[in-house]
Design a binder for this molecule. Structure first.
Ligand code: FPP
Length: 232
């Protein structure tokens, strides 16, 4: 895991609230998820322009399989169409796309689409967009533990877990809940957490700007004592 001391901010967003957004407007949950997808592009564009280096979006957790099959199917279809419809725009913006999470429970066609999108954008470097899909942090940690040895160092373990992705500086969760829901638990060891009641489809670049300003105003100590105040 890289140090968080570089100037780019490595952020994650738990995109919660599509269902409530839809219900409030008398729409179906599927329409809420579609609105959730539409909210992604402006945030990615803004993140790139606002000094974010890695942006990880939580789109489908390992536990989301507990949802009704029809809703699961909609989310699968949405990822497939997102990849097909967005990849050229992402490449044009200089965004590299990766999808983290299991591949063995999604359809081979979706897995293929993911591989193609990743390959297509592999050389882009302005922002690394990671979509967490069928992702469970506890499963990822267990998998890395199984591949480690008894004398594996912390740095080696982090590499086994993340493939070299940086630890998170900031996690934003929309939708009012205040929990991490199995999202990048190891990589969030020192992340600043920011919770907003705003529902994901309503989350706009200005809200990201506010979140980044709040992040920059926080004093991060990573366990060290507070810096001494210089006497006036
Ligand atoms: C949680 O809101 C949201 C999800 C489980 C899915 C998030 C998905 C998207 C934003 C769209 C899919 C994106 C891609 C790239 C495929 P919820 O549905 O639980 O809302 P609620 O808490 O209001 O019910």
């Amino acid at each position: 895991m890289q140090s968080t001391l570089d100037s780019k901010i490595h952020a994650g967003i738990i995109m919660d609230g599509n269902g409530r957004w839809a219900t409030r407007l008398g729409l179906s949950r599927s329409q809420g998820h579609r609105a959730g997808v539409r909210a992604i592009r402006p945030i990615v564009e803004a993140a790139k322009d606002m000094g974010v280096g890695t942006l990880t979006l939580y789109a489908f957790s390992g536990d989301n399989w507990k949802r009704p099959p029809a809703e699961v199917a909609v989310l699968m279809t949405l990822l497939k169409s997102y990849l097909a419809e967005e990849i050229e725009t992402l490449v044009a913006m200089g965004v590299r796309l990766s999808v983290i999470g299991r591949r063995d429970r999604i359809s081979p066609a979706l897995a293929r689409r993911i591989e193609e999108a990743q390959a297509r954008s592999a050389s882009a470097g302005a922002l690394h967009l990671r979509i967490a899909f069928d992702y469970s942090s506890r499963d990822a940690i267990l998998d890395a533990a199984r591949r480690s040895r008894s004398d594996t160092t912390r740095e080696e373990f982090a590499r086994l877990l993340t493939g070299g992705a940086p630890e998170l500086d900031l996690v934003i969760r929309t939708g009012g809940e205040q929990r991490l829901s199995d999202f990048l638990l190891y990589e969030c060891a020192y992340a600043e957490l920011l919770f907003t009641a705003r529902l994901w489809p309503d989350f706009q670049p200005g809200h990201l700007r506010e979140a980044l300003a709040e992040f920059r105003s926080r004093q991060r100590r990573f366990g060290a004592a507070p810096a001494e105040r210089v006497a006036a």
